[in-house]
Structures are given as C-alpha cells and as structure tokens.
Design a protein around this ligand. Structure first.
Ligand code: IVH
Length: 694
C-alpha cells in the first residue's frame, strides 16, 4: 500500500472505529459485532505500525493503553475545581433554596420575583477530572488535585471508552469539560473475583479502586479496568447556550456520555417540590443503578443566575449536594463464628438472619475484633443494627438492647484457632488475635501459596485460589516447594470440590488436559522470575516488594541473606530492626530451609542479575541512554543507576544526542517512533545486560 492510500485508510478506519465506540459505549447500541470491530481495529493497528508517521495520539488504538509515565506532570487549572457544600438534611436543602431566592433579590413582592429553574443530577461516587478539547480533539485530561493544580493523566483518560477522543457535531473550538470517573459495580466485582483467584486481597470499594487505577503509571493496566465517566459541567467562552441543562444535553451530541433524562439521571424543577421528588426517587432507587452514587446534586440552571449568586471561598452558592446516609437495618444475630485469614489474623463474623440492605441480601457482617464485640457488648441472640457505608462488607454498628432476650450472656471470645486448634496470641498494642501456627494451619498454608503464585510474586498463570485449595485438600500441595513436583499424570482428570470463602456453596471441578498443560507451563515459566520477586514470594513477614528489591540488590544471593547477622542486615537500605528480626527468624526455621533447598533444586532464581550488572565499569563512557518501559531485572531507577555506574549518561527524552534507547516491556509507541525517525538504535533489556557484561 502506498503512503497516500495508507493515510486515507487510517483516517477512514479512525472515523469508523470512533463511531462504533460511541455507539457501543455511550449509546449502548452497537451496530457491528465485537469480532468485526476487532478486525477493523487490527487493521488500523497494523497500518499504524507500517506507517507510524500517520498514527494519531488520539487513535482508537490508544484505548488499550501502552504509554508509561515516570511521574505525572502538574497542571494548573484554568478555573479552580471547586467543591460543593453538602448536607444530609432535607430541611437544609429547603433553606438553601430559600437562600437562592434571597440571593437573586426575590422579596415578598410577587411581581418582582425572578423565576428559578433547578437541575438535579446524581452525585457520582468517583473522582473529578477535567478534560480539554481543542479543534474537536482531546488534548488533556487532568485530575482535580487540590482544586488549583492537578496531574496530567491523559494516557489513562484515553483508555476510558466513554470519553470521546474526537468529537462530532457542532462543538466549540476550544473548551473544558468536567466530570466524574468511576468504576461500575460489575467491573468492581469482576476485578475482586480476579484478585481473590490470584490470592490477592479484594479492594474495599469502587471509589478507591477507581482512584488507584487512575493513578497507575502504566496505561495498559488502566485499560484493563473498565472505568467509566459521566460529565457534569462545560466551560467555554463561546457556548451557544445560556443554561447548564442545555449545555450538558448538547455535549451528548458531541459524543460525550451525559446523564440521560429518560432514566431520570438528570431532571429539572421549578421549585422545592420537584427537587424533593427527585431526592425521594433516588433515595429508593439508588441501589438499582449500575454504579455507586453518594447523593444528589442540585444546581441553579441559568448561567446568568449562577453568576449573580457567585461563590463562597470553596464552593458555589448556586449548587448544593444532598448526601444519602448510610442505610441501617436491624436483624437477629444468630451466631458469632470466626474466620482465619491468610496471615493467621482472626476475624469474628456475625451470622445474621438474612436481611435486605442497600440493594443486597446480607447474611454476614464483620465484627472486626474482640474489643469491638466487648465495646458494643454484642451477644448471640441480640437484635443488631447493620450498616453498609462506602465499604462493601457490612458491619454491625450497634445493639438494640431493648430487645435483648432475658437470659443472654456476654460473648466469650475464642482462645484457640478454629481451624487448627493452636492457642491464639494477641500482640501488645494490636487489636487482632492471631493463630501463630504459620506452617500448620490450613488457611495460612493456602494463603502462603496464594501469595507465592500471585502476579507480583512468581506469577504462575493457570493456577489460582481454587486450584490451590483443591490440590491442598487432595494432599498434593503442602507447601510452595510441592508446586514444582506436580506432574501431569497426577493432575489430569483430578476432581475436587470448591467452596466460597465461608466454606459454603460447594461446586465440583475437574482438571482438564488443557488447564493442566497451562498450569505446568506457568510453573515452568516461573523459574525465570528474577531473584527479588522470588524473595518477595517466600512471604517472609515484612518483606514486601520494595524490601525484597533492596535486599536483592544489597546481598546479591539468597545464601548471603541467609548467613547475614542482624547487624549486617541492618546495613542494607531501608532494613530496620523489625524486618531484620523477621528475616533472621525465617531463616532459623528448619522447615523453611528445607523448602528453600527444594526450590533451589527446582531451578528458581536465587541470585540477582541486577546487582551483578550494576557493578561499576567505564564500558558506557560517553554514551547517552534513554530508557522506556518496564524491565524484568531492573526497577526504573535501577536501570538508570546501572547505566551511570557503568559510565553512561541517562536522558529523559530522545534527541539527536541519544546513543541508545533501552526498550522495556510496553514502551510507549511515540518514543519508539521518535527513535526510529532519528535512526537511534533501540535495544532490549538483554542487549543492555550483554553490553555491560561483555
Ligand atoms: S458539580 C462547583 N455535579 O462532587 C462544583 N459534582 O464536592 C462542581 N460530583 O468534586 C461539581 N457528581 O467530583 C458536580 N453531578 C455532579 C457530581 C459532582 C459528583 C463530585 C465532584 C466534585 C464533588 C463536589
């Protein structure tokens, strides 16, 4: 294909794909199949690769992410991003409405009255963002930050399908639009299911998860989590509308996901009755929404009236938020049971007479710890108040003592582990009881294995929480070293029963040939995982990802860590008394040493390539490097340190002076293109290691 035809085809595909995205995500009415969509997308991807000079930064292929930033640039907002004054009281909404009239000079004299129209919207529970469009193209997406200055997270924003990259219709030349990014309930549940399967702790609520996701530096990771966005205000110098409602509704014509009037996500009223009706409606129906809201926002519709009312120091006088109270119900506490967590922590659980709360049926609630039970004097047989706040797990917040049965007695907290019978311990200053039997208590053993196989540790694909539980029950897995002894003939056709986290809802599972092959391939691949992650995978208390990295860099081999005294351990970066003691304790346990030997025999990496290669030399003298992407054997800073330690220079951006670009995984396509344009060699991580080890 020649360049001209390619450019035309790229343009045509871009328009077509943007249109399909809009139909699918914003209008909810796709006109082609997913398969057809993928074919078009693949065609565009391949053309952009062949002709990078025509690839646009707003191309629909960017929806899948790929750009990685070191840090986000700070951006000052053109207009500060204010907050809203809010209230839980309907009376205060009435008072606000009266203040609006006063502020507009409406007196008792009926003839002098200005009519006021209000717009009611949902208060989406997510994060505020500001999007800037120039000539119909998204140019910037910025977080709220402190209201004055936010962070530029454009590559992450591009992955949100409901944010249009290129606008349609008759939009202003340059404008800013603000809205709320959130994680839909379904996506949140999917993500948590996936995390549980990988042995990771589930996230607490969609809001925090959306916040964490937006701050990720790898936009490809952001793209995997299907965030969504609703818009709630438009700023432009030449807006052809004189009121908020029209501006929002017309923004939908430009391709934005504006709240729908039909679903009553947005409505208008002429006075307090209409406002109250909207509040009342959503107080009852909010749990049916596919996303979370924490209230209702009421705004004066007319822009000129908004201006007349003006602002207080922090928030506009023309808007207010009515917040919903956390819902509370009362139900019977039938029994208190105990769960043993992966770390041995004991959580008391209230088993309740099932009750409807905030859109779901609640059968259990957390009782947190022994102190909480004592403080509220919670007893079996009590009628208790259960609440669901922002968190997904409901909690018992009080007891209706007026309904307490006559002969009830204080609850006796357990002193032995319900899983293995060991005597529980409680460290001074800690609220939780622990089962100390780390290597013999089933949930703890399984927990260790779940941690070991998790993504940031050994990343064993094809193995999850259920497989571990099943193989543990069958006696095939007793510790992490057993993973490397698994054989296809033991696994194929193996049947086991899996249950939920409460040991309920049993289901049968059997291992098919394909999943056995996958699992064993995952086990094999894990033998190449670098030392620092192996060290993290061992699950030594207080040795998290960062500490493992520091240890690997300082000591280079596992044997040196094993032999290090507390004093020697303390010499490593960021290692304090608590960590050093925990490491010593781990290496003094003969069971751990046996596991370690078996893992060595299996061929895992117990030596750091990072530090070896970071040894000082002058091999790179006079050479300037740019690094981009994620590396297997180095952290971002690690590879830079290594370049400098070997006499090279590191620069942040590619220019004619660059000698080499070291490309990690997921290097941004823009950087690659620039390097290619300037004829600068792009080398891989292993090329680099080769270069300094020659
Ligand atoms: S209007 C001047 N409308 O609530 C106020 N905000 O405390 C501009 N929010 O930071 C905000 N839904 O993140 C507005 N329909 C809605 C909203 C909304 C959620 C958030 C927003 C803002 C916070 C205000």
């Amino acid at each position: 294909m020649n360049a001209n035809t390619a450019r035309e085809r790229i343009h045509q595909l871009t328009v077509e794909l943007n249109d399909h995205n809009h139909k699918y995500y914003v209008l909810n009415s796709p006109s082609i199949s997913d398969y057809e969509f993928d074919q078009l997308l693949k065609e565009l991807e391949s053309l952009e690769k062949q002709f990078p000079e025509f690839a646009d930064s707003n191309s629909p292929t960017r929806r899948v992410g790929g750009d990685i930033t070191d840090k986000f640039e700070k951006v000052k907002h053109r207009h500060p991003m204010l907050s809203l004054s809010n209230t839980y009281s309907r009376d205060e909404i009435r008072e606000w409405e009266e203040r609006v009239h006063k502020g507009l000079g409406n007196t008792q004299d009926l003839f002098a009255q200005q009519e006021v129209e209000y717009v009611m919207e949902l208060k989406y529970d997510g994060l505020a963002i500001s999007l800037t469009y120039e000539n119909g193209k998204l140019v910037r997406g910025v977080t709220r930050g402190d209201g004055e200055t936010g962070e530029d997270i454009t590559p992450n924003i591009r992955t949100i399908r409901t944010v249009p990259l290129a606008l349609r219709g008759n939009h202003p030349g340059e404008f800013e639009i603000r809205g709320e990014v959130f994680m839909p309930k379904k996506e949140f549940e999917r993500l948590n299911r996936e995390r549980l399967e990988q042995g990771e702790e589930p996230y607490a609520n969609p809001r925090n998860t959306a916040a964490g996701t937006l701050k990720q530096q790898d936009s490809a990771e952001v793209a995997k989590r299907k965030l969504d966005c609703f818009l709630y205000s438009v700023f432009a110098d030449d807006l052809p509308y004189d009121n908020h409602f029209d501006a929002l509704i017309h923004a939908a014509e430009w391709g934005f996901k504006a709240p729908s009037h039909r679903d009553n996500y947005i409505n208008k009223a002429n006075g307090i009755d209409g406002i109250m009706a909207f509040i009342e409606y959503w107080d009852h129906h909010r749990h049916d929404l596919p996303f979370e809201i924490d209230g209702i926002v009421i705004k004066v519709n007319s822009f000129s009236q908004q201006q007349e009312l003006g602002l207080t120091a922090k928030s506009p006088r023309w808007a207010i938020a009515y917040k919903f109270k956390a819902e509370t119900v009362s139900t019977l506490l039938k029994k208190i049971t105990y769960q043993v967590g992966r770390t041995g922590a004991i959580t008391p659980v209230a088993n309740l007479e099932p009750v409807h709360l905030a859109g779901t049926t609640v059968k259990r609630a957390s009782l947190h710890n022994a102190d909480q039970i004592a403080k509220l004097d919670i007893r079996e047989g009590d009628m208790v108040f259960v609440e669901k706040g922002g968190e997904i797990i409901p909690k018992v917040v009080g007891v209706d003592t007026s309904k307490r049965p006559a002969h009830s007695s204080h609850h006796q907290y357990i002193s032995r582990c319900p899983e293995c019978g060991s005597e529980l311990i409680r460290n001074e200053g800690e609220a939780q009881h622990y089962c100390p039997n780390e290597s013999g208590c089933p949930p703890q053993i399984k927990g260790k294995m779940e941690h070991f196989i998790s993504r940031k540790a050994m990343n064993i694909e094809g193995m999850g929480t259920e497989t571990i539980a099943g193989l543990f029950d069958k006696g095939l897995l007793r510790n992490v070293a057993d993973i490397y002894d698994l054989k296809a003939e033991q696994l194929t056709g193996l049947e086991f029963t899996v249950t939920d986290e409460f040991g309920e809802n049993p289901r049968k599972r059997s291992m098919q040939e394909k999943s056995v092959t996958n699992l064993l391939a995952g086990v094999e691949a894990s033998k190449n995982v670098p030392f620092e992650r192996v060290l993290f995978a061992l699950g030594i208390r207080f040795v998290g990802e960062t500490v493992a990295k520091k240890l690997a860099r300082h000591f280079v081999t596992i044997d040196r860590i094993k032999e290090a005294s507390v004093e020697q351990l303390l010499q490593a970066d960021e290692i304090g008394d608590k960590i050093a003691a925990s490491i010593r304790a781990w290496f003094s346990d003969p069971q751990n040493l046996e596991i370690l030997d078996r893992l060595k025999m299996a061929g895992l990496q117990f030596e750091s390539t990072v530090v070896e290669s970071a040894k000082a030399s002058d091999k790179l003298n006079g050479k300037t490097f740019v690094v981009s992407g994620v590396f297997a054997s180095f952290s971002r800073d690690g590879i830079k340190e290594s370049i400098e330690a070997n006499g090279g220079k590191v620069s942040g951006s590619i220019s004619k002076k660059t000698d080499f670009v070291v490309a990690g995984d997921k290097m941004g396509p823009e950087k690659r293109k620039k390097a290619e344009d300037l004829g600068i060699p792009v080398i891989s991580e292993s090329d680099y290691i080769q270069m300094i080890s020659e």
